[in-house]
Design a protein around this ligand. Structure first.
Ligand code: PEP
Length: 283
């Protein structure tokens, strides 16, 4: 955990983890469009300040008054321009990927340190679209995770099963296997800042959503696995759900004890929808 933020506070009732609502814009919006979107979103976010109260600190120091962390993972080309607008605000930025390499002759790649230098706090790693369309395997994702930690980014590690794997009864084995491989060799110290996103592949961009009970069951299984790999941090690490989260289902999903927020694709493109999900997380 960084010295700037405490995502989890212990209480007599167990740890209370600060929710994280992270949008993933994928390859949408021009940088110029993102500027006006961000200005208007920040103004709207201001109106939520104080919602749910907040006695905690925030990694970006601008979130006082909001009872959750809010982030947007945007295309690399948007980071610098958006960072100028969001600096010191309640909205943190993230990249949607980072290179597995630190630096060097890797044409077209973007290093974690570059992303960090452009103002990002988070990096999405291992998104199912990267796994499916760019043949990213667990070993590569492990390298990307390590590079993110080294650069001081907070990785949002995505894991999730396909429809076929769920139908075959293999969902948990697949997800836990992905987690196990991605975390191989990651030091306990580095991993304190990790965020895990459980994203069933069949729910991403399809309008289908895991039931709250199924999502909770998997997130609880993820936490058990974290307890065996990173025992000191398992209670504090945030596990978020992704897969067609929207205003109409956010409240129920976010009410689950092991779901500490959301990774939101489609609904994060619409200011009001994202705001509504942030509101749900601050209840
Ligand atoms: C995602 O891209 O991580 C995602 C969850 O997308 P959507 O919300 O559109 O399903």
């Amino acid at each position: 955990m960084t010295d700037r933020q405490t995502a989890s506070d212990s209480s007599p009732n167990g740890p209370s983890r600060r929710p994280l609502i992270a949008g993933n814009w994928k390859m949408h919006k021009l940088p110029s469009e993102a500027q006006s979107w961000t200005r208007e979103f920040l103004a709207a976010l201001e109106t939520l300040s104080g919602a749910g109260g907040d006695s905690g600190d925030n990694r970006d120091s601008g979130n006082r008054g909001l009872a959750c962390d809010v982030a947007l993972a945007v295309p690399f080309t948007h980071l610098l321009g958006m960072a100028r607008l969001t600096f010191g605000s309640a909205l943190a930025l993230g990249s949607q990927d980072v290179s597995a390499h630190e630096q060097g002759a890797y044409t077209g790649e973007v290093a974690a340190a570059m992303v960090k230098d452009c103002g990002a706090t988070y990096a999405v790693v291992g998104h199912s679209e990267r796994r499916a369309y760019h043949a990213e395997d667990d070993a590569l994702i492990n390298q990307k995770l390590v590079r993110s930690f080294e650069a001081g980014l907070v990785p949002i590690l995505c894991v999730g099963e396909t429809r076929e794997q769920r139908d075959a009864g293999d969902a948990e084995e697949v997800v836990i296997g992905q987690l196990h491989e991605a975390l191989a060799g990651v030091s306990s110290q580095a991993a304190a800042d990790l965020v895990v996103a459980y994203e069933p592949v069949w729910a991403i961009g399809t309008g289908l959503t895991a039931t709250a009970a199924d999502a909770q069951d998997m997130c609880a299984a993820v936490r058990r696995q974290l307890a065996s790999q990173l025992p000191e941090h398992a209670d504090a690490i945030r596990i978020v759900y992704g897969g067609s989260m929207k205003p109409s289902n956010a409240v129920e999903l976010l009410a689950q004890p092991d779901i500490d927020g959301g990774l939101i694709g489609g609904a994060s493109l619409a200011r009001d929808d994202l705001l509504e999900i942030v509101r749900a997380a601050t209840r």
